[in-house]
Design a protein. Structure first.
Lengths: 380, 49
């Protein structure tokens, strides 16, 4: 009898005896992510499931990422085969209004310049000794676009998925803190005060709004076919929204589908944060490089904005270049707030939204080009 | 490997910029081809509602 009691009690304490210091640290990290999501409101839709997934996977003996574990099933079902990021893109497309971009298509170029940080960080990661595929996955944090970063990383460097996705989403939520100092440093007071014209009347017809997603899909996917799943889903969502004939599908894409996938995606990413695998110096380097990528994106976006300002003889406020990094719609709001710091009647929001949606297309295009080039050199 | 990386970075930056520039031209073309007409848009909206 006594022996049975002792065995029973020891079974209850086996979890405690199996816990490692790495598990404890990662449970604390998970709690930290929950704090940021719940208390600070930083990307709660993702940080809450990611944080909770990180706690779950670090419970000893529960083996949630084992071959039969719950989180492993979620991971295999939607992350390993890149289904979740693509489904989220349908929702993003359905939620995005490209009208500000179509009103002034030139600012689409800012969406390209805002991606240069991806490539510069990729080179820095290579110089630091990462291999090509790891470096690409680290650089793509600079897309400032969670699903794109997850799509590329799960394809090329699944072992970095936890670090890359945490970096992508947490830095995205920190855009209002990261960008303003860089924007202030790189622009003169005169540039900050530039007011941009608003069209006196609408210039984009319904036909153009309908044709835009179709044309973008055909052109971009022919140029970089490896990005077709991402670009195709983004534009499908937008076409459904603009057509107005599939309201139920549009509503489901931007609500039910996006919500369910976000939950499962967050838990799966949290599931990759097993302390025994996640806690290594490489993770800290990835996080640091991710931050650098977003800073470099902002620098290149604003510098390109300055170039466009010069070429347009002062008609473009370079601050909107910062919105070219994607991070929709936070980056556009940051531009609006920064512009109004110097002139309370300066309304840059619509132009910044245009650059921001351009950044969304730019980030997917940049990823698509990298995927296609890697495939071309036999690495994809 | 760094040489390969430089090529990827260069092609990536130039490719992204050129593709988006091409899209800019296409959108400008579409806007000329299908200009905004207030009456037409109102009819479309009514038809939809």
């Amino acid at each position: 009898m006594e022996e049975i009691i002792i065995t029973g009690i020891s079974a209850l304490t086996s979890g405690l005896s199996a816990i490692t210091i790495q598990n404890i640290i990662m449970i604390a990290v998970g709690c930290g992510l929950l704090y940021l999501g719940i208390k600070k409101g930083y990307e709660p839709l993702l940080l809450v499931p990611i944080g909770f997934g990180a706690i779950l996977v670090n419970i000893p003996l529960a083996n949630l990422m084992g071959s039969d574990g719950l989180l492993r099933h979620f991971y295999e079902f939607g992350v390993a085969n890149e289904v979740f990021p693509c489904l989220i893109f349908i929702g993003i497309g359905a939620m995005t209004d490209f009208a500000p971009l179509l009103e002034n298509p030139r600012i689409l170029l800012l969406g390209a310049a805002g991606q240069f940080g991806i490539f510069l960080t990729f080179l820095i990661a290579l110089l630091l000794g990462f291999n090509l595929l790891d470096a690409v996955s680290i650089g793509i944090i600079g897309a400032c676009d969670g699903p794109t970063a997850i799509y590329v990383t799960s394809k090329f460097a699944p072992h970095l998925l936890g670090a890359v996705s945490v970096a992508a989403y947490s830095y995205m939520s920190l855009v209002p803190l990261i960008q303003p100092p860089i924007m202030r440093m790189l622009t003169t007071k005169r540039e900050k005060l530039i007011r941009m014209e608003y069209p006196s009347q609408k210039s984009v017809s319904k036909k153009v709004k309908l044709l835009f997603p179709i044309v973008v899909t055909i052109v971009c996917c022919i140029i970089a076919p490896m990005g077709t799943p991402l670009m195709g889903m983004l534009m499908l969502g937008n076409l459904m929204k603009e057509s107005g004939v599939v309201a139920r599908l549009t509503k489901a894409s931007e609500n039910e589908i996006a919500n369910i996938v976000t939950l499962l995606l967050g838990l799966s990413i949290g599931g990759t944060m097993d302390g025994n695998i996640f806690l290594k110096p490489q993770t800290l380097i990835v996080l640091a490089l991710g931050l650098l990528a977003i800073c470099l994106d902002t620098v290149t976006g604003v510098l390109f904005g300055k170039l466009m300002c010069f070429l347009s003889k002062g008609k473009i406020n370079p601050l909107i270049g910062a919105a070219g990094i994607s991070a929709y719609p936070m980056a556009a709001r940051v531009v609006q707030i920064e512009g109004r710091r110097y002139d309370t009647n300066n309304w840059l929001l619509m132009h910044a939204m245009g650059a921001n949606t351009g950044g969304q297309i730019g980030s997917v295009m940049a990823a698509a080009i990298v995927l296609s080039v890697l495939k071309g050199v036999g690495l994809g | 490997m760094v040489a390969k990386g430089l090529v990827i970075a260069f092609v990536g930056m130039v490719g992204t910029l050129l593709t988006l520039w091409l899209l800019t031209l296409i959108v400008e073309g579409l806007k000329r081809l299908f200009p905004y007409r207030e009456e037409e848009e109102e009819t479309n909206d009514k038809g939809r509602s």
